[in-house]
Design a protein around this ligand. Structure first.
Ligand SMILES: C[S@@+](CC[C@H](N)C(=O)[O-])C[C@H]1O[C@@H](n2cnc3c(N)ncnc32)[C@H](O)[C@@H]1O
Length: 526
């Protein structure tokens, strides 16, 4: 997660993560006074209400109780959200009516894992946060301290090292934090899929991406983290690849990023990292320099019991990238594409022949204005062309209706290599040759086609629709079967199988939407 765009580990490893800048903060070295104040406020889990009630009952604490215990120590007083089971998994839910603009949760800089991405460019906040973290939570081994402050490893590996060290050594609230985090077996990022589980994805592309991800993490393990072979072996961080996979997917899927006083930092923020993602969030997050804290803020009124969700950014990510980084997909992802071919496949030829041609179809070609009109995607009043970007922005809600619109838009973008007569922005032609204004040309519609042109148009639509049908037929299960699985027809699926079925179902829904759109267009040409 990041404040502007989602962190991309691969990009970070290549030292090219792009992040946004924020207002300058009041970062500086801790004064003796602040050190004393920090020491006075050293967290003690016993002082929280939740922890005493847990020990009194002696029953195994629930996840919600553990969260309260953690928040009681690491979050600032006054949170208006708490962890609970939600339709998206575990998430943050309003415990009281929340007004737009108020803070839901605040975590001080010394109660989070904060490192500077590029220490060579300035390491003020990163250094201060690490120093004060140790004043409060205990000293780290000098080797780890040096590694976290230096630039030998990028932000991703440094956070993973810190997390692994905590997993092995932490007590108090950080033990609680690590214990509350999902286990490796519960994660569904692509790197977490074992060879035996890959077939569930039903996508050669996702399978090869997953193998690559796992190989990269295995390489990091051997080179850096392995307790026997790694450069950091003195720290005894990871005995098994699974330890490394756990840390890597925790950092991948839960790390925030922000820029404070020109310094870009990566943050693991307890409690705040329980917030789930939606396209139309009711909460936002940022490191607030004036408060020296990371805060979640309400973007609208949130009623009691409603889940507070943020956007992880990454509006440019397709579902493959979301599966890679977070282990879930977005229904109707406008960045997804149907892999249409140039029409020289058997399905295309048969369909073209059936649509009245010779079967020796040239590359399919579709009239953009006609296709848009048939799909009900008209330009806005007075505009020369249908604005796809605006249409996508208007369909960023979380309901199924918006998801359907986004699939249609993703279909159009997938068809772009086959579209002709596309009016350019502000172009005068509008494809009509009418000689009037672009808007008037658009309103007049495309000129009539000859019978031969109509037949070619029908053949093209049929060929491309047939590619969709063939792609769906190649997949081992139908959308209906996947839906039944997700509805529990075979009992609980488990996190990885569940995420894989959701991902392959979404892929089928997009292809089916493309097929339906092309068939509707073909029918409109009679
Ligand atoms: C920052 S954590 C959020 C808290 C998490 N749900 C938990 O139980 O710890 C990010 C992870 O939450 C899950 N998640 C977040 N938003 C989701 C969504 N819209 N759909 C499905 N899973 C989601 C994914 O597993 C993701 O990797």
């Amino acid at each position: 997660m990041s404040a502007c765009s989602s962190l991309d580990r691969a990009a970070a490893i290549a030292h090219s993560a792009s992040k946004c800048s924020r207002a300058p903060g009041a970062a500086g070295r801790p004064t003796p006074c602040r050190r004393q104040a920090l020491q006075r406020s050293r967290p003690t889990p016993q002082r929280t209400h939740a922890s005493s009630s847990v020990s009194e009952t002696a029953a195994t604490p629930t996840f919600e109780q553990l969260y309260m215990q953690l928040a009681g120590v690491l979050a600032a007083p006054g949170s208006t959200v708490a962890a609970a089971a939600t339709p998206l998994g575990r998430g943050l839910v309003a415990t009281q009516p929340i007004e737009k603009g108020t803070t839901l949760l605040s975590v001080d800089y010394f109660n989070m894992l904060c490192i500077t991405d590029e220490p060579a460019k300035g390491n003020v906040l990163g250094r201060r946060a690490l120093e004060d973290w140790q004043l409060l939570h205990g000293r780290l081994p000098p080797l780890l301290n040096r590694y976290l402050l230096g630039d030998e490893g990028d932000w991703f590996v440094r956070l993973a090292a810190w997390l692994l060290w905590l997993k092995r050594n932490a007590a108090g609230p950080w033990r609680l934090y690590v214990d509350i985090l999902p286990k490796e077996s519960e994660m569904s990022c692509l790197m977490n899929y074992t060879e035996d589980e890959l077939a569930e994805l039903q996508s050669p592309l996702l399978e090869s991406r997953a193998r690559l991800e796992r190989q990269q993490i295995a390489g990091l393990h051997d080179r850096l983290f392995s307790s026997t072979t790694g450069e950091l072996r003195a720290l005894q961080l990871a005995d098994r690849l699974e330890d490394m996979l756990w840390a890597a997917c925790m950092v991948n899927s839960r790390c925030f990023s922000d820029t404070v006083d020109g310094e870009t930092v990566s943050l693991m923020v307890p409690c705040a990292d329980m917030a789930n993602h939606v396209l139309a969030p009711n909460a936002a997050y940022q490191f607030v320099p004036e408060a020296d804290a990371f805060q979640l803020t309400a973007l609208q009124d949130i009623p009691t019991g409603t889940e507070a969700c943020i956007s992880y950014g990454g509006t440019h990510k397709d579902n493959e990238a979301l599966m890679r980084d977070y282990g879930f997909v977005i229904p109707g992802n406008v960045n997804d594409r149907v892999p249409f071919s140039a029409g020289d496949d058997v399905a295309s030829r048969l369909a073209a022949a059936a649509a009245g041609g010779s079967g020796l179809l040239e590359r399919p070609s579709l009239s953009a204005p006609r296709l848009l009109a048939a799909l009900g995607l008209a330009p806005a009043a007075g505009a020369a062309r249908f604005d796809l970007t605006k249409a996508a922005e208007a369909a960023m809600g979380d309901g199924e209706e918006h998801a359907r619109t986004r699939r249609l838009l993703a279909t159009l973008m997938s068809l772009q290599p086959f579209l002709r007569d596309i009016p350019g922005p502000g172009s005068g032609s509008g494809g009509s040759g009418s000689g009037g204004s672009p808007a008037a040309a658009a309103a007049a519609g495309p000129p009539p086609l000859t019978e031969q042109e109509l037949q070619r148009e029908r053949q093209s639509a049929a060929a491309l629709a047939a590619q969709c049908a063939a792609a769906l037929a190649r997949m081992p299960t139908t959308a209906e079967a996947d839906e039944a699985l997700l509805a529990g027809a075979e009992g609980p699926l488990g996190p990885r199988r569940g995420a894989a079925v959701a991902a392959r179902l979404e892929s089928k829904r997009l292809i089916a939407a493309a097929q339906a759109a092309l068939e509707a267009y073909g029918a409109s040409l009679s």
